[in-house]
Design a protein around this ligand. Structure first.
Ligand code: HEM
Length: 371
């Protein structure tokens, strides 16, 4: 497929806020089908695939759950989950931190927030992973379709259950919003549950993996964070800039002929915005290829790791908190954590088109002894 790729910081930031670059997949169905085929849209009817005013309506419904204040109230709980996962890790022998730590943490947190019961989480995780596969072969398309149907059926049943047995969770609140005020359709409700599950899981897991890897391979930076634990927030922002887990933003479609950085982009074109490239633009960040947790000026809103504009990551406060607590928990418990094989760079995921940026394994040795 042909797409326009925007790589410079200023162009990327401007494009992310340009509403002529639409996210409304229904308005661009022809282009959408050309890329993704005739796949079902049953799970795709959500805010990340829509423009205002629909986007505003759908986002507002879940926004309050993700405010920094609401998310901060989850701190102790997330710390407990981090502690439990680390308790279960074997010590003084190689352990792959991705399946043991980085992946389960965000899954547990998002499932609890949504109200997915513990005994269903493994299935939901497997289906979401299959849906997220980026393969274009016939087999992989079929597997995606089956997983999509399973997820759709699962969330439809869960919504029905929440209707009869409402709880304190987000899915119960959204179901009530649908039933009492008709503020979203059944398909939007199920798609929103799917989006939160999908967007809140791998993104955070890969960021935790990238973060641990870069801190282990930059011992001076790790030492700085260990000596001053207050630095962890700044370190996470630098990690989002230096090697964020969402390499390019999701597809956008030009709704009219437009020009970006001197390039004409005809109406109907597909446009991608390379967030990680923009975050290494020397016109914005000095010595951008240097990982520096003390980098001045890389505030939360400076880098584009969570996007920009109306689709700016809804879960950013949660993702920040989870990553900070994961790093703090890991390096406090195991101050001398080290790569299992220091001479070998762990493998990075290869996908047909850039989307997520993350490792496929992260073998380390956890040593509880202090420095
Ligand atoms: C480190 C972890 C994460 C990263 C790097 C990340 C990154 C992003 C980015 C770049 C976008 C904008 C995409 C675009 O404009 O095309 C986005 C949107 C979104 N993210 Fe995240 N995300 C993370 C974690 C989360 C979490 C934990 C949740 C929720 C539980 C979440 C929910 C969402 C939602 C709902 C949107 C769509 C917002 C909208 O369309 O208005 N994300 N995320």
């Amino acid at each position: 497929m042909d797409t326009y790729l925007i790589t410079r910081y200023q162009d990327a930031r401007t494009a992310l806020a340009d509403l002529r670059l639409s996210k409304d997949m229904y308005g661009a169905m022809d282009s959408y089908r050309k890329i993704f085929g005739e796949s079902s849209v049953a799970l795709d009817d959500h805010m990340l695939n829509s423009d205002p005013p629909k986007h505003t309506r759908l986002r507002r419904l879940v926004n309050s759950e993700f405010t920094p204040h609401r998310v901060e109230s989850l701190r102790t709980h997330i710390q407990d989950v981090v502690g439990r996962l680390l308790d279960d890790c074997p010590v003084r022998e190689p352990v792959d931190l991705l399946p043991a730590f980085a992946f389960p943490l965000p899954i547990i947190v998002i499932c609890e927030l949504l109200g997915v019961p513990p005994h269903d989480r493994a299935d939901v995780q497997t289906w979401s992973t299959t849906v997220a596969q980026t393969g274009f072969s016939k087999e992989s398309k079929l597997a995606q379709q089956n997983a999509e149907e399973s997820l759709h059926g699962y969330f439809a049943d869960l919504v029905a259950h929440k209707r009869d047995h409402p709880d304190e969770d987000l899915l119960s609140a959204l179901t009530a919003a649908r039933d009492e005020n008709g503020r979203l359709t059944e398909q939007e409700l199920i798609s929103t549950a799917f989006l939160l599950m999908f967007a809140g899981h791998k993104t955070t897991a890969y960021l935790i993996g990238n973060a641990v890897h870069h801190l282990l391979t930059h011992p001076d930076q790790l030492r700085a964070v260990q000596q001053d634990p207050q630095l962890v927030g700044q370190a996470v922002e630098e990690l989002l800039r230096y090697d964020g887990s969402v390499e390019t933003a999701t597809f956008r479609f030009a709704t009219e002929d437009l020009e970006i950085a001197g390039t004409r982009i005809p109406k109907g074109s597909l446009v991608q915005i390379a967030l990680n490239s923009a975050n290494r633009d020397p016109l914005k960040f000095d010595t951008p290829d240097r990982f520096d947790v003390l980098r001045p000026g890389n505030t939360q809103s400076a880098h584009l790791g969570f996007g920009h504009g109306i689709h700016y990551c809804l879960g950013a406060p949660l993702a920040r908190l989870e990553t900070q607590l994961a790093l703090t928990g890991l390096f406090e418990r195991f101050p001398r954590v080290a790569p299992a094989d220091p001479d070998r760079e762990p493998p990075w995921m290869v996908v047909p088109f850039p989307a997520f940026r993350g490792l496929t394994e992260l073998p380390v040795i956890l040593d509880p002894a202090g420095p």
